[in-house]
Design a protein around this ligand. Structure first.
Ligand SMILES: [Zn+2]
Length: 971
């Protein structure tokens, strides 16, 4: 888009030259510090990334126009596995990745060799992403840019970790973590394919026995052990007999490595297929009942031990699998089993739930019409049964000492008792498996020993985090509960690993702090990095004492300066700048960072800083879809950001990603939307260009007609609406108001104004420019380049980016003019409807405005209808007090009958508004618009008062006139 690129380049250069986004403390203005999660430079950005950053920029630009001294900085996150794993894949010549880089992102093939080095990759994409951010016009203060491997930043992170340790927030010990067996590293959300957080759960492994042999069945519902009818093995999977901590276990071959990672001593003694054991019997340790081993395809040998207990009464999967066998005995015969074996296997109901039969699983399966054990609906059936049992279920007689207790209670008691009696043992497993590491290996759980953790499980710390959250604005508010939940369930998080780029743990240099732990309070670093760069301060001088002074005001500045050989003035400046910009006013990111980064930010701020410095707002947004589908490499619908900018222009892309969805919804970017946005901007441009050719001097108020006053009145309403929306960052709504609703009114005004400019030319031009001025300002945060161009064209002073957001001018609000104009619109609409219904092409149209007594009656009725239903009798009595109405008593009574329903159902707000107006002179309003009506309806127009004696009214239509609804006659 040559047209847009030229304008964009021009203004980006001008902004940079004038340094208008370089923000220093300014005590004359309120400050606003906005940040957005810094990117991992491990690939170019695509249009999906554009949304979060554009929203933060729009926020920054809006606040600037509202009079704030706004700081929006940016940095780059080199640390951690995202860069490392991507470089590794390239080094391994991963075909898919190479294809993406070459075909989607157009990276020269010979460049790829260099990028296999993590550092080279980070540097390359750092520059690539930065160029994109400039090309899209983000108002970033680039003087504050840094990377997370800068030695000065490393010092900052070391200081942070010392503080955490001193505060008792760091622990060392053994905890289960998500783990990649190939890399030998813990994995978090940022290390997995699809950014999935590995969820660790604790299964209970119940030991069913056959003599010395143990069949360890893993379950999340130990209380159902009383309802077990059989054991499931997958006949086609490999199983082993192994010595596990001195016992002989039968387990899937896949579980051997897992158990080893959970610190169990495992020695495999024999390997065989599951079918070998089908038909044998084992003993239930809770009931001593003898039960058979059956085959089931749904048993996943990779899940826990690969041995599953069957509770058909309460587990829909088990119920369906058992029914399948019952109906098709051949499923048993192939293992040499007689079908009579099934006679003794009946579901054992052991939980009583209101609304369900003795076999709840059967009810659910029947309700959802499930036939096969492969039916995906089984997942829902399982959840539903569990939900009801958990909340309303009570254990039945056949559960011994647990009889009568709730499922929630029995779950823990049964588990504890079985473990104490040596009949069960706990086992960690991923609940949302399979989770793939970025290296494509399936992640498992490891008990990580002697590892360093940040202890997010500490109750006092959780209390502080809640306190911060409670005092913070969350946009949109509906996400608050999600934050509350995350704070509650977070526990010890592994914070360091042995490889990769980043900061070493200051007290144990073998460890490198991982990327979700070195990115929690870095917003503070933005406030001082400018000075560090400007004065080339060496990392060695940035001692813990220096940071204590800058961020916490601790220590004596002269002594610290002397000790570190730093200038007192510079130290003071850094401290003052931090104190000026902190606390953080707004943090932006995608909503997928709520379970980790955003909540970690809250925790760490409360650990390091006093309450006055805790963050004040979090804004989280949804994803971007492409032409209605999820953006994904496999769909081939990823558009690199810079390619989109070159193709559509920056402003259309900005509008495109923000105009289709409010915060939480998925935005839907499409070629059509980008094209329609660029068309709109071009139209605006051409209009402004034409306008500049006419004189746009201010005209005295008395020259404004009702139509002009209408336009200016509507403008105030739009300003109010757009401001309200922007304050909540409802940018879609704001764009809708500024571009669409305003445009609609404006087009109407243009239509009304055209053809009879004459001596009104200057007045109309004045109204045009007043509207365009406000529209340009309000569009500036979203389409900054085009708006600078328009602003310049219209002779605006300075940059529009630095001018003020418009505020509604109450003196221009004119509801009388608005209702008059609405009357004209509805009269045209009604006339056209009649024309359509009758198929008539009229020569002549007559309008009859309601008579005075009708207005009097209507107004009185309206008055009485505010906050009360109008009673016809009472109203009539009051009206009859007026002599002129009394003379027309019969007509008045009939008229009331016609209007009473409408008034009684009219919205209160509308009633109050009409009441404010009193009455309007409809005949006069229509007469003023006569030329326009004739043009629009292509007929000769006559306007009469209802009871005018000279009127032309062959069909006696005039008597149908009502206030705001003139009668119409067409011929
Ligand atoms: Zn891996």
């Amino acid at each position: 888009m040559e047209f847009f690129r030229k304008i964009e380049e021009k203004w980006q250069k001008e902004w940079e030259k004038a340094k208008i986004f370089e923000t220093d403390p300014d005590l004359k203005k309120p400050k606003c510090f906005i940040t957005v999660a810094y990117p991992y430079p491990n690939s170019p950005q695509h249009i999906g990334h554009g949304r979060t950053y554009t929203l933060a920029d729009v926020h920054a630009r809006y606040m600037r126009m509202r009079g704030y001294n706004v700081l929006l900085p940016m940095a780059f996150h080199y640390t951690g596995t995202p860069v490392l794993a991507m470089a590794k894949r390239l080094a391994d010549n991963d075909k898919g990745l190479v294809a993406d880089f070459v075909n989607v992102y157009k990276i020269p093939r010979d460049k790829l060799k260099d990028l296999a080095d993590p550092m080279a990759m980070a540097c390359y994409f750092h520059q690539e992403i930065k160029s994109g951010m400039k090309e899209i016009g983000y108002s970033i203060d680039w003087r504050r840019e840094f990377t997370t491997i800068d030695p000065q930043y490393n010092r900052f992170i070391e200081w942070q970790f010392q503080k955490l340790r001193e505060g008792g927030y760091i622990s060392r010990g053994s905890h289960p973590v998500g783990w990649c067996p190939k890399d030998g590293n813990p994995v978090g959300q940022h290390d997995t394919v699809g950014d999935v957080e590995p969820e660790i759960g604790e299964f209970t492994v119940i030991k069913f026995r056959q003599g010395e042999l143990v069949f360890p069945t893993a379950t999340l519902r130990p209380e159902t052990v009383f309802g077990v009818t059989n054991i499931w093995l997958n006949p086609k999977s490999k199983y082993v007999r192994a010595d596990v901590d001195g016992e002989q276990w039968i387990i899937s071959q896949d579980s051997v490595e897992k158990l080893k990672h959970l610190n169990r001593k495992v020695k495999v003694l024999a390997t065989f297929e599951g079918k070998k054991l089908i038909g044998e019997y084992v003993e239930n340790p809770a009931t001593d009942m003898r039960i058979p081993i059956f085959p089931a395809d749904f048993v996943d040998p990779k899940n826990a031990t690969g041995v599953v207990m069957s509770v058909p009464a309460h587990a829909p999967y088990d119920y369906v699998a058992l029914e399948n066998i019952r109906k098709e005995p051949s499923r048993l015969k192939q293992y040499g089993l007689a079908t009579e074996i099934m006679d003794s296997v009946k579901p054992i109901g052991m939980i009583e739930v209101p609304g369900y039969s003795e076999i709840p699983a059967a009810d659910a399966v029947k309700k959802m019409n499930i036939q096969e054990q492969t039916d995906p609906k089984l997942e829902n059936a399982t959840k539903e049964v569990y939900r009801h049992e958990y909340h309303n279920g009570k254990l039945r007689h056949n559960t011994g000492k647990y009889y009568g207790s709730s499922v929630a209670e029995a779950k823990d008691r049964v588990k504890e008792d079985l473990i104490r009696e040596g009949k069960a043992t706990p086992m960690y497993e991923l609940l949302n498996r399979p989770v793939l590491c970025r290296c494509k290996t399936e992640c498992i759980v490891k008990i990580f020993e002697d590892q360093w953790f940040i202890n997010y499980g500490k109750p006092e710390w959780k209390a502080l985090a809640h306190k911060n959250l409670d005092n913070m604005e969350i946009l949109p508010e509906e996400l608050r509960q999600e934050f509350n939940n995350v704070i509650d369930w977070l526990h010890e998080k592994a914070c360091a690993r042995k490889s990769g780029m980043g900061t070493r743990l200051p007290w144990d240099k073998d460890w490198i702090i991982e990327s979700l732990s070195d990115s929690t309070i870095y917003m503070a670093y933005y406030t001082i990095v400018k000075h560090i760069k400007q004065h080339k301060i060496q990392p060695a001088k940035l001692t813990d004492e220096v940071f204590d002074y800058i961020f916490l005001g601790e220590g004596e500045v002269r002594q610290i300066a002397k000790k570190t050989d730093l200038d007192v003035k510079i130290l003071e400046k850094m401290h003052n700048e931090f104190m000026y910009f902190y606390p953080l006013d707004s943090r932006h990111s995608g909503r997928e960072l709520i379970p980790n980064h955003l909540t970690f930010m809250i925790f760490n701020h409360t650990a390091i800083f006093p309450q006055e410095q805790w963050p004040r707002q979090i804004v989280a947004n949804g994803h971007v879809m492409m032409e209605g589908s999820k953006m994904s490499k496999s769909f081939g619908n990823i558009i690199p950001l810079r390619e989109a900018l070159a193709k559509f222009g920056a402003d259309p892309v900005r509008l495109g990603v923000l105009s289709t969805a409010e915060l939480l919804q998925d935005a839907d970017f499409s070629h059509t939307i980008a094209k329609s946005m660029s068309d709109r901007l071009e139209r605006l441009y051409r209009f402004a260009f034409e306008l500049t050719k006419t004189s746009r001097k201010k005209v005295p108020k008395r020259l404004l007609t009702a139509m002009d006053r209408w336009m200016l009145s509507r403008l105030q309403e739009h300003v109010k609406e757009a401001t309200k929306a922007m304050d909540k960052l409802a940018v879609r709504k704001a764009i809708h108001t500024i571009l669409y609703e305003m445009d609609q009114d404006f087009q109407w005004y243009q239509k009304r104004a055209s053809g009879k400019e004459g001596n009104r030319k200057a007045t109309i031009a004045h109204v045009f420019s007043e509207v365009l001025d406000a529209q340009t300002r309000m569009l500036t945060p979203v389409a900054p380049h085009m708006c600078e161009e328009l602003w310049e064209m219209m002779g605006g002073k300075g940059f529009v980016a630095q001018t003020t957001w418009p505020s509604p001018d109450e003196s221009k609000v004119d509801i009388n003019a608005e209702e008059s104009e609405a009357l004209i619109k509805s009269v045209i609409e009604d006339t056209q409807n009649i024309m359509k219904a009758t198929g008539q092409k009229p020569r002549k149209i007559c309008y009859y405005a309601a008579s005075q007594w009708k207005w009097q009656t209507w107004s009185k009725a309206l008055e009485k209808s505010v906050s009360a239903k109008v009673a016809q009798k009472e109203l009539m009595k009051e009206l009859m007090a007026k002599p002129d109405l009394r003379a027309n008593a019969q007509k008045v009574s009939k008229f009331i009958g016609q209007i009473i329903d409408e008034l009684n159902t009219m919205p209160e707000e509308r009633k109050r508004r009409l009441l404010k107006i009193g009455s309007i002179d409809e005949a006069q309003v229509l007469k003023e618009a006569k030329d326009f009506l004739e043009r629009e309806l292509n007929a000769k127009i006559s306007i009469y008062e209802e009871e005018e004696t000279e009127r032309y009214d062959p069909k006696s239509r005039a008597q149908l006139a009502r206030p705001y609804r003139p009668a119409i006659f067409i011929e």
